[in-house]
Design a protein around this ligand. Structure first.
Ligand code: HEC
Length: 172
């Protein structure tokens, strides 16, 4: 009997560790942060918010797009963003264009090369309360990023608290 109780405690302890270290992706969970595990449909047809270019290790282009809820909030200056607002950052490598350079007669043209990843922020103030009301998502070749990566999103984006965790300004 003692052995049995010990075994049960051991099982419970392991189950506890598993429950703690793997928060339910996309499910409501007050304590642990929840992340988005599905690519929001139709994102490629969303409207342009702005573009960004990173140097350093990233060396990338980004096109930042918003769904209708996000675009309306941007245009009307609504902060915090309402639930349902979703922002996509489409990242591409930074590639020189020989074709364009030929037309210009000198090396000056850079265009989006291969896609590197797609990131999303999905506003749901209840579901993602642990991360400022935003659910974060990262997809590389269609596959979601791992938890260790997704845990880095909120602490950095939290620096943009004054603009509801969103860095990108609307480009007219
Ligand atoms: C070290 C800081 C940092 C980390 C970590 C980070 N971001 Fe960002 N993110 C930024 C900055 C700065 C921008 C503004 C655009 C740019 O310069 O690329 C941005 C832009 C974005 C945007 C467009 C909306 C906005 O806030 O401008 C999305 C969506 C996004 N990031 C998602 C994510 C996701 C998902 C993760 C985690 C996998 C993540 N980010 C991790 C700093 C960060």
């Amino acid at each position: 009997m003692k052995r049995m109780v010990f075994a049960l405690i051991a099982v419970a302890a392991v189950a506890g560790v598993v429950a703690y270290t793997s928060p339910a992706y996309g499910e409501e969970n007050e304590a642990a942060p929840a992340f988005v595990d599905k690519i929001p449909p139709g994102y490629r047809d969303w409207k342009l918010i702005s573009v960004a270019h990173e140097e350093g290790n990233l060396h990338s282009f980004a096109a930042v797009l918003g769904n209708d809820v996000a675009i309306t909030a941007y245009r009307e200056g609504t902060r915090p963003f309402p639930d349902g607002a979703t922002i996509a950052a489409l990242h591409y490598s930074h590639a020189p264009s020989d074709e364009n350079n030929k037309a210009f007669g000198r090396a000056q043209s850079f265009v989006p090369g291969t896609p590197t990843n797609i990131q999303f922020m999905v506003k749901d103030s209840k579901k993602y309360a642990a991360t400022g009301g935003w659910g974060f998502a990262h997809f590389k070749e269609g596959k979601p990023g791992d938890e260790a990566l997704l845990k880095t999103c909120f602490p950095c984006h939290n620096q943009a608290k004054a603009s509801d965790l969103v860095f990108t300004r609307y480009a007219p």
